[in-house]
Design a protein. Structure first.
Length: 296
């Protein structure tokens, strides 16, 4: 029986970070997350692509800056698609732009680099031999992706047209991107997923969540629309301290939030990411925020 795909079209499936000095970034993240890392590019290649693994399962990658890209470090979100070419065309029709036309990444897959109407950059991935992250939601691996947008209504129209996403409102006013039917796909390997989520206080429909959507406040003129990456960690406070010891910066000190304790970190070359520890007891923060919204 062939192996079942881990992802379906419209689901974030991979992350990598492009860095001016990829070797230095490998040192930072390997020490921070305990990754085993190997360069998968041919010896004669000018660029580097280090795939990070936990227990031999792919979790993320560190890459050289693309020749045509901006000279700055960043984390990149990849979304699984059936056809990179067709999805890239749909993005343009929906008001987005193509930053890198669809191309073959050796025999791993076919991809493109795109931007939504507000300029938030994301990648699409048509898998061949590389089937996305094998390990997620464990310490040192990705457990969430999020879009920061100014015009949320416009984002809903765009991503709905491109990927078929809808949204789910959470207590406190937060919103999540959902892909109808994703929970059914997850239930093939985890039949009790709905019961498990209900047990920790997740609302009905949470099994279809694929990402979050965050409104950039009107008074924040500095933050550009962008996609973020969140890594699961055992201890957000300890990770923040370790990141500082390794030359990174803590942009947001560890703080309690609904269901999690989280921190925002910049690596030594400037790429930012979130580190998050699941804390079921913090559900009450969502309830408190919901009560405050209802009272206002």
């Amino acid at each position: 029986m062939p192996e079942r795909d881990r992802y379906i079209p419209g689901v974030p499936c991979w992350v990598d970070t492009t860095q001016p000095d990829p070797e230095a970034a490998v040192t930072f993240y390997s020490r921070l997350f305990g990754w085993d890392v190997a360069d998968v590019m041919p010896p004669e290649s000018e660029g580097k692509y280090f795939v990070a693994r936990i227990r031999d399962g792919d979790v993320a990658a560190v890459a050289s800056l693309p020749p045509a890209g901006p000279p700055m470090a960043a984390w990149n979100t990849y979304i699984w698609v059936d056809s990179a070419d067709e999805t890239a065309a749909t993005v343009v029709d929906a008001g987005g732009t193509t930053l890198m036309e669809p191309f073959d990444a050796e025999d791993a897959g076919r991809m493109a680099v795109l931007a939504d109407p507000e300029g938030a950059v994301f990648c699409i991935w048509q898998a061949k031999n590389h089937r996305g992250a094998a390990i997620v939601n464990e310490p040192g691996s990705v457990n969430f992706n999020g879009l920061h947008a100014r015009d949320v209504a416009r984002a809903k129209s765009f991503y709905g047209e491109v990927f078929g996403w809808t949204t789910l409102s959470l207590p406190g006013g937060a919103e999540m991107w959902t892909l109808p039917g994703y929970g059914d796909h997850l239930a093939l390997d985890r039949p009790t997923i709905r019961e498990d989520m209900a047990a920790v206080g997740a609302p009905a429909g949470f099994e279809d969540v694929v990402a979050s959507i965050i409104q950039i406040p009107d008074d924040d003129s500095d933050t550009p629309p962008h996609w973020d990456v969140t890594f699961a960690v055992d201890d957000a406070d300890a990770i923040a301290e370790t990141a500082k010891e390794l030359g990174g910066r803590v942009l947001v000190a560890p703080v309690d939030a609904p269901w999690v304790r989280m921190t925002v970190i910049a690596d030594p070359q400037g790429a930012t990411f979130i580190a998050s520890t699941f804390v079921p007891e913090n559900k009450h923060l969502a309830d408190r925020a919901d009560a405050a919204v209802s009272a206002s």
